[in-house]
Design a protein around this ligand. Structure first.
Ligand code: SF4
Length: 363
């Protein structure tokens, strides 16, 4: 089965139709800030003291029916104050200071929604020059990576998309382009981000193998229920060869893996789709990470207000156990023992069907 015919360009315009821009006053001192404002001359402009304190956007769980409208029509512009990288272990060596947070998509398992209130529209930071200058200094200080690890054998890897989806951020402004351009020049470092959206304008960024995109994949029928406002899985798979050809390293992010009664055959089918679609060049560089679902009782309550169908897949107290989270609520994950069995079955199937796809980690 080939997905080559399904890769009609995804309409980012449907995803984003900016009508209101909240902005901190200092934004006007930055070229990037002024350029973004000029790009949306028709949008209402609302000055705010801080991008963190916009109660009508962030604070209201009763706003649930309005979230997707807010995500589509609202943009927040701010100046990033605390610019720091922090160590990471799994998908990257470091998390880079964020150039944006929030997301125009609405996956029902998404934790980002709880960090900045519920609607959580995109906030773009306009002081990108300070952010890139910081990353350059930080990478220079690391020197060469002497010990290979599962993240990467040669480069220090920086996650540039921990709090947002870079493919959508790139539709707002050139922050992502500037970061990809920066990493091209850093001899010992590489950028990475996971994405659920195909934005083909990134194909022109000339990353020269110094940016690793991790396309998030799950069986299409599950994605149709929980991956709200994202690109269809077939489109993500169909994009992989083009991104490899354009000079990206492309890995797969199987996350979250959600147990259903048919999960085994659904993943078997997904692996077959991937195997059929990928070019030899894409297969030769492939690796993946596997992360089973973790859910949360507060998020469950919120989701019951707007998307109960998704909760039939995510909320499985019969199969999950609780662990108190740092924010007070209870996180749920598949029960010890049961989860180990799932991880083992998943990795066995993956090794059998995609033997060229190295598993960077699975848990
Ligand atoms: S794409 Fe990522 S950040 Fe956006 S809603 Fe989905 S999980 Fe959250």
């Amino acid at each position: 089965m080939s997905f080559a015919s399904t890769h009609a360009p995804d309409s980012l315009a449907r995803l984003l139709n900016i009508k209101q821009i909240y902005f901190e006053p200092e934004v006007l001192y930055f070229d990037r800030g002024r350029a973004i404002l000029d790009q949306y001359p028709e949008a209402d402009r609302i000055e705010v003291e801080s991008h963190w304190k916009i109660p009508e956007l962030h604070g209201d769980a009763d706003n649930v029916s309005d979230w997707n409208r807010i995500k589509r029509t609202v943009l927040v512009l701010g100046v990033k104050k605390s610019i720091q990288a922090r160590p990471n272990t799994r998908s990257s060596d470091f998390v880079a200071p964020s150039h944006a947070n929030g997301c125009a998509m609405a996956c029902s398992y998404c934790y980002a929604a709880r960090r900045k209130g519920y609607a959580n529209p995109i906030t773009t930071f306009v002081n990108i020059d300070r952010i890139t200058a910081y990353i350059k200094r930080h990478a220079t200080k690391q020197g060469n990576k002497l010990e290979p690890n599962q993240v990467d054998p040669h480069d220090w890897v920086y996650d540039i998309g921990e709090n947002s989806d870079c493919s959508v951020d790139a539709a707002i402004c050139d922050n992502v382009k500037d970061l990809i351009t920066l990493f091209r020049t850093l001899p010992n470092a590489k950028a990475t981000f996971a994405t659920k959206r195909v934005n083909r304008s990134l194909l022109d960024y000339d990353p020269q193998n110094k940016t690793r995109i991790r396309f998030s994949l799950m069986p299409e029928k599950t994605a149709q229920i929980v991956d709200i406002r994202t690109s269809p899985i077939g489109d993500r798979i169909a994009a992989i060869n083009d991104f490899v050809e354009a000079g990206y390293e492309v890995h797969l992010n199987f996350s979250p893996v959600i147990y259903t009664e048919t999960w085994h055959q659904d993943y078997e089918q997904l692996f077959e789709q991937i195997d059929d679609a990928l070019s030899p060049q894409a297969k030769a560089q492939l690796a993946c990470e596997v992360i089973f679902l973790t859910h949360n009782d507060e998020l469950h309550e919120v989701n019951m207000g707007w998307h109960p169908k998704g909760e039939e897949l995510l909320w499985r107290p019969d199969l999950q156990e609780a662990k108190r989270s740092q924010t007070g609520g209870e996180n749920l994950r598949y029960r010890y023992g049961f989860k180990g069995k799932l991880v083992s079955e998943f990795t066995t199937l993956l090794r059998d069907r995609l033997p060229y796809c190295r598993i960077r980690y699975a848990f």
